[in-house]
Design a protein around this ligand. Structure first.
Ligand SMILES: Nc1nc2c(ncn2[C@@H]2O[C@H](COP(=O)(O)OP(=O)(O)OP(=O)(O)O)[C@@H](O)[C@H]2O)c(=O)[nH]1
Length: 613
């Protein structure tokens, strides 16, 4: 069974870890542990006696005093019971290892640390100050002191402070895990007490509220607070506790806290009104009741807290793996990271080409539809019209018409026709180029690991695009060369196998010469046509081969080769620039890492308590 102390001490440690790791509830969209931890929060109007109650529970003067709003940051006051005879001391979380045995210096440090966060602006800040006090005169207890509720801002403080304080106090007391210590002076109408008004709003059944009545010694003669203290006037689930703190005069006279506790005990013991309640009154009793209650609340909440911790660890780990590891700092590791990222991109790009991811099929579409359609559309009908054949052949003949077959005419007609193939050849190269470019773009977008690095994304895109441009040039040269090769040497066999022209006899009249010439040219045309058709069939098969060889295969094998060479020449700083993640992501990762650390240490803390049972 865990001891009473160990549970509060455990939560204290988790609470400290929360502050170290920046979890004080509030607005970050991270899971918060701070808000799940049970705590006792001291709430009261100005001059209600809040500071006095806290000091009395501690048995020491250590809180700043002054006019105006002195408490401007939450003060998390963790009390640790030390063995009798040990020297009491205070220790701040922000000044670890510095032991304050002089409590007037504790007071000064609270003031200075408040100013460090808020400047001298007198604004308030939600970032808590953590103070541990180790003393034989305390019980294990954690109390959070908040700025006093007030109605008016004083000189030098912004008007908004009244509302800001109320919001801050509310943000604490609203939490179902918050135990409210509501301080009300007895010499004031309880119905108008700020503390009671607020606690009733957030805890209407009074389950979480401990009513504390201060200044019982200042009540008008002949009046008493028995109705309240006995729970009739303002019933709460927990009994009210009456307190008598040091008066202003006592403070002036430097009456110490231990003497004041004794005076308080005497007050109740000797009071005709409260004598019968004496054992349940006073600041020492209050501290014990609170400690016991806090412990039981922690015990009840522990399973819920453990579940919350485990769930949050899972969530944070999932988010972190999504965000990726943080970027390495040394150049070698950075280069390695960049290469890994490039490879991840390259893998996806290849999947697009080889299937598995869509896109590669569109390249086949170019070969299967676009190229044949373009070849079919070439204007051979016009080029091989009777009129044009006659023109080309006659021009090729010159003054001496050909005798048997117009060798030169054929060549010119064929050359002219083959020239048309350049268009579809280039168009295929371009079409595949644009498809590859689009696949690069898509692959970058689909590489999750790259998402964090916009600069590297842009560099990879630029390098890939430059490489594709080179492949395109090469591919154009090759395909056009293939067309040119067709013109440079014609397939001799084709012409040898052509049936010879049959001599048309008879006495040639002018009309029969025309007829003869017409059918002669028609024959030439049809021969050229079928020759060009044959070349077209060849190119329809060889252009795709050239395009795949020069562009697709190259893209698969060496898309980023140049980029890798350039990377090798870069220095640490330039590599770091490539890995400059989006700052928002960087920040988010840091936050998640810290929060994860918090949850893990909290889990360890709780585990160690449970194992100790
Ligand atoms: N006689 C008597 N005086 C008290 C008692 N409690 C507080 N006082 C005096 O009331 C004044 C205000 O008390 P604080 O403890 O400073 O009250 P506070 O709520 O912390 O005030 P702020 O920090 O200014 O909001 C001081 O002069 C105390 O001496 C009490 O029970 N009896």
């Amino acid at each position: 069974m865990a001891t009473m102390e160990s549970l509060i001490v455990t939560v204290n440690r988790i609470q400290r870890a929360c502050t170290v790791l920046g979890d004080h509830g509030g607005d970050t969209n991270l899971p918060t542990l701070w808000e799940a931890l049970p705590s006792v929060v001291v709430v009261g109007g100005q001059s209600s006696g809040k500071s006095s109650v806290l000091e009395s529970i501690v048995g020491r003067d250590f809180l700043p005093r002054g006019s105006g709003i002195v408490t401007r940051r939450p003060l998390v006051l963790q009390l640790h019971k030390a063995e009798r005879g040990l020297q009491e001391y205070g220790e701040f979380l922000h000044l670890p290892k510095k032991k304050f045995t002089d409590f007037s210096l504790v007071r000064k440090e609270i003031q200075d640390e408040t100013d460090r966060m808020t400047g001298k602006s007198k604004q308030i800040s939600p970032v808590p100050i953590h103070l541990c006090i180790y003393s034989p005169n305390v019980v294990d207890l954690t109390l959070i002191d908040l700025p006093g509720l007030t109605k008016v801002a004083v000189e030098g403080q912004p008007e908004s402070i009244v509302q800001d304080i109320e919001s801050m106090v509310r943000s604490y007391v609203e939490k179902p895990n918050c135990i409210i210590l509501a301080i009300t002076p007895a010499n004031q109408d309880i119905a108008t007490s700020d503390a009671m008004k607020l606690s009733r709003e957030v805890d209407p059944t009074g389950e979480r509220t401990f009513g504390v009545l201060t200044k019982l010694d200042l009540m008008d003669k002949g009046t008493n607070a028995i109705d309240v203290l006995e729970g009739r006037a303002y019933p709460l689930q927990h009994p009210w506790v009456g307190i008598v703190n040091r008066s202003q005069a006592d403070i002036k006279k430097n009456v110490d806290m231990i003497a004041s506790r004794r005076k308080e005990r005497e007050f109740f013991a000797s009071s005709p009104d409260y004598g019968h309640l004496a054992s349940k009154m006073g600041s020492e009793y209050l501290a014990k009741v609170l400690s016991k209650h806090l412990e039981s609340v922690i015990r009840a909440r522990l399973p819920g807290i453990t579940a919350l911790i485990n769930k949050s660890i899972e969530e944070l780990e999932a988010e972190l793996s999504h965000l990726g590891r943080s970027v390495a700092v040394d150049a070698g590791a950075q280069l390695y990271t960049i290469l890994e990222l490039c490879r991840a991109f390259d893998r996806i790009f290849k999947e697009h080409l080889d299937g598995g991811r869509p896109g590669g099929d569109r390249i086949y579409g170019v070969f299967d539809h676009q190229l044949p359609a373009a070849l079919r559309k070439l204007p051979f009908d016009r080029h091989l019209s009777l009129q044009n054949i006659r023109k080309v052949v006659s021009e090729a003949d010159g003054y001496q018409p050909h005798l048997i077959a117009p060798e030169q005419g054929y060549r010119r007609l064929i050359d002219g026709a083959l020239n048309y193939f350049r268009g579809p050849a280039e168009a295929s190269v371009d079409a595949v180029h644009f498809l590859l470019k689009e696949l690069v773009r898509r692959s970058i977008a689909e590489t999750q690991e790259l998402k964090r690095f916009p600069t590297l994304q842009a560099e990879i895109a630029a390098a890939a695009s430059e490489a594709l441009e080179r492949f395109r040039e090469e591919s154009k040269k090759t395909t056009l060369r293939m067309v040119d090769m067709e013109s440079s040497y014609l397939t001799v066999d084709f012409f040898r196998k052509l049936p010879q022209e049959v001599e048309k006899g008879g006495n040639p009249t002018s009309s029969s010469v025309d007829r003869y010439a017409e059918s002669h040219f028609r024959r030439i045309g049809s021969n050229v046509y079928s020759y060009v058709g044959m070349v077209s069939d060849t190119l329809r098969n060889t252009i795709p081969k050239a395009v795949v060889y020069c562009q697709v295969r190259e893209a698969k094998q060496s898309l980023l080769d140049h980029f890798y060479i350039q990377l090798g020449k870069k220095e640490g700083k330039q590599l770091a620039q490539l890995l400059d993640e989006d700052p928002a992501l960087m920040e988010r990762r840091q936050q998640c890492v810290k929060r994860l650390e918090l949850y893990k240490s909290a889990r360890d803390e709780i585990d160690s308590v449970l194992w100790a049972r």
